[in-house]
Design a binder for this molecule. Structure first.
Ligand code: HEC
Ligand code: HEC
Ligand code: HEC
Ligand code: HEC
Length: 197
């Protein structure tokens, strides 16, 4: 009986289109999401010095005072968050600087902003002079500089919304026209909802 039904189904004309992949954000919604990301942060500088033109854009992380937090590098975070780190290592973020180098842009300040950690910020990426390894899009590109958290680990550091607002500082319409949180987050998912970290 089941076989007959399957045979009939196979012969029947296809009435429904196959499930489509998640559509990109319409441009208006994308730009609105960028504005939402900015609006979520009461103090855009988050307690630190003003952000200079041409520096890495900051996602809307909370619970970090840039005044007393320096960048420590992804390897330092990984020691205590091995699961998040293992996931990160499989993502495109982990080789974002290689991408620039492969495109002869590894020293172009206009490109480095989104492809390394903390470009143009105090203690951020500075090529061979970086204080700690800060190549690629690292943990602190999203969660913010982590030295105060490392000195006194606790919940609340680097709190980010589970929405596109966490991403569109870099995944702007211009640089990531296909961006949609529902499609992109599963490819980098980590933290509590993704299981133990
Ligand atoms: C010495 C160990 C240690 C290091 C190093 C460390 N963390 Fe943590 N982290 C913790 C602990 C402990 C918590 C609190 C976990 C909890 O109670 O849920 C935490 C919490 C967090 C949270 C928030 C989770 C929440 O519940 O709000 C994030 C995000 C985070 N860490 C990211 C990082 C990043 C990024 C780095 C590197 C800059 C880092 N951690 C370095 C131990 C560490
Ligand atoms: C600091 C900038 C920055 C932030 C913030 C950021 N990204 Fe990215 N993302 C990049 C860059 C740069 C690439 C391209 C990396 C490469 O291929 O070299 C990328 C690539 C990706 C890719 C791979 C896309 C592909 O076509 O393979 C996914 C998925 C992704 N990001 C998800 C996210 C999500 C989800 C967020 C928010 C939670 C986010 N990103 C936040 C900079 C960022
Ligand atoms: C505002 C942030 C931002 C800036 C500035 C930026 N990028 Fe990116 N770049 C991204 C993001 C985000 C992605 C991932 C796009 C996606 O897959 O949706 C990306 C992806 C790429 C990719 C494709 C990687 C892949 O394998 O698919 C290349 C190549 C690239 N960028 C080169 C550059 C170059 C060269 C510059 C400077 C001219 C630059 N980027 C400046 C954010 C940025
Ligand atoms: C591209 C941006 C991005 C990068 C890179 C990134 N994270 Fe996250 N992380 C997020 C977002 C967004 C959330 C919140 C997800 C949620 O609430 O479901 C999160 C959640 C977390 C949490 C759990 C917080 C909670 O409340 O459940 C921890 C811990 C964490 N990240 C650690 C890390 C570590 C360690 C790295 C580097 C190995 C890292 N993250 C890299 C964006 C990022």
């Amino acid at each position: 009986m089941i076989g007959l039904l399957l045979a009939l189904a196979a012969c029947a004309p296809r009435l429904e289109a196959p499930p489509s992949p998640v559509e990109p954000l319409p441009v208006d919604a994308h730009r609105a999401s960028e504005a939402e990301a900015l609006a979520r942060v009461p103090d855009p500088a988050r307690g630190g010095p003003p952000i200079r033109d041409g520096a890495s854009p900051l996602p809307p992380f909370l619970g970090v005072s840039r005044a007393d937090s320096a960048y420590v590098g992804t390897a330092t975070c990984s020691a205590c968050h091995p699961s998040a780190a293992a996931t990160w290592a499989t993502t495109a973020h982990a080789h974002a600087l290689d991408t620039l180098r492969a495109n002869a842009s590894g020293a172009n300040p206009a490109c480095l902003t989104c492809h390394v950690v903390g470009f143009g910020h105090p203690g951020g990426w500075a090529g061979a002079k970086s204080p700690v390894p800060l190549d690629d899009v690292g943990c602190e590109s999203c969660h913010g500089p982590g030295s105060a958290h490392v000195a006194a680990p606790a919940p609340g550091y680097g709190d980010l919304p589970a929405s596109g607002a966490a991403c569109v500082a870099c995944h702007t319409h211009d640089n990531s026209p296909d961006f949609r949180f529902e499609a992109y987050w599963p490819r980098i998912a980590h933290g509590r909802e993704a299981g133990p970290d």
